[in-house]
Design a binder for this molecule. Sequence first.
Ligand code: 8LH
Length: 481
Amino acid sequence: MTARMEQWSFPPKFDDGYLPDPDSRYWFSHRETMPAADRDAAILVRLQEICAYAYDHAPFYRSKWDEAGFHPSQLKSLEDFEERVPVIRKADLRSSQSSAPPFGDYLCVPEGEVHHIHGTSGTTGRPTAFAISREDWRAIANAHARIMWAMGMRPGDTICVAAIFSLYMGSWGALAGAERLGAKAFPFGAGASGMSSRCAQWLDMLKPAGFYGTPTYAIHLAETAIKDGLDPRKFGLRYMFFSGEPGASIPAVRERIEDLYGASVFDCGSMGEMTPWMHLGGARGTPGMLSWQDIVYTEVCDPETHSRVPYGSRGTPVYTHLERMSQPMIRLESGDLTIWEDGPTPCGRTYPHLPMGIIGRIDDMITIRGENVYPSEIEAALSKTDGYGGEHRVFVTREGTMDEMMISVELDDAGWQQGDERRKAFHAQVSRQLHDMLGLRAAVEVVAPNSHERTDFKAKRVIDDREAFAEMRRRQEGGSS
Ligand code: 8LH
């Protein structure tokens, strides 16, 4: 069966001139639609190859696996992989890079082969460097072009990349895919002051087919365009693909963006470390995201045991690269939360799929009076409320021994103009919605449109001072002032 899998080899080799038949909905029709069990058999062989390769080239994996009593020769089934191969965490990568700087002892190619250096933002501690070889960059471009094809983008389409060009892999990954697809890449970027107005102006001029950014930014950009007297629906966008944060798989948010622009919305994205990060990525006809298992083998696992959860259940994705040679990630624990379903999907692909996308980071869960809630669920509830002005903030604090939550939510312009009665009614609607959808009783504040700051990157809507509060209490109890 592997003989029929298109461009499937180890090390990966790609024909950079290849394009599917223009009428095909698939880039690699066999790889995408083959029986999942046959694909799993091919994945097992690839896992044997990649584990042997990592064991030989990366002291990081060798010492971890020796300690866990695992040797690649023991890998006889996907269950062996799940049971015997320990997960790795971001902290392991950081510590490897601090003892073997700059790329860690999991760099499996000579440093001279590194073609791009990217990395994490490092806002919480030491940043991690991603060293990507030239061949891996090709693999990334090929994988992303393939997934963008599934969304409907075609050679010759203009694709606007409206995300910051820095170490962030989001923008660069979208650009690499657009280039490989033979599209007209339009790397507008983001992040400098005044760029949103100029982006709207360029979109109006160029009428691109495709757009990449974060969902939060797309909404902000549409608001900016409207304020500048432009109609985002006239930009002529047909495909908008998003990553970096929840939103594109939240029905009310997706519909809002589709409505603002008159375009189809697709969700994608896993983690910078896992580039080609579009391996979790949407396709025309299937809501949410597919898990393109022949690019990155994804297991949705119980966060404690790291064993796969049954289809239909919640768990955390654990990722393994199948087409990367420079810093292959083998069982990287994401810390995110999702639900996976078995294929096949409405688009005919036989991959598992994530109908709700990524719900959020497990660590971001908020517990208020025994109710657990994710910020994306609050966003879903508010976005469904008639009159929602597009932004909100969630404040979590500790009063006495109780955690308390307050949600500050914007009413839209039309509603705000209607005065007190409408504001009160909106307040009641929001409170009801939060209670009915999430079981939450939170204090609600209704504020004027545009009260909350907008961002051109990933939104940070939760302000949680419980840790600061607990810290202060510990200091006080410890006797210091
Ligand atoms: C998401 C999503 C999504 C990422 N839905 N949450 O943009 C893709 C890659 C390059 C990226 O954002 O990487 P980064 O900066 O390492 O962040 C990864 C985290 O971002 C990931 O663990 C998720 O928590 C979140 N994320 N794409 C929901 N489509």
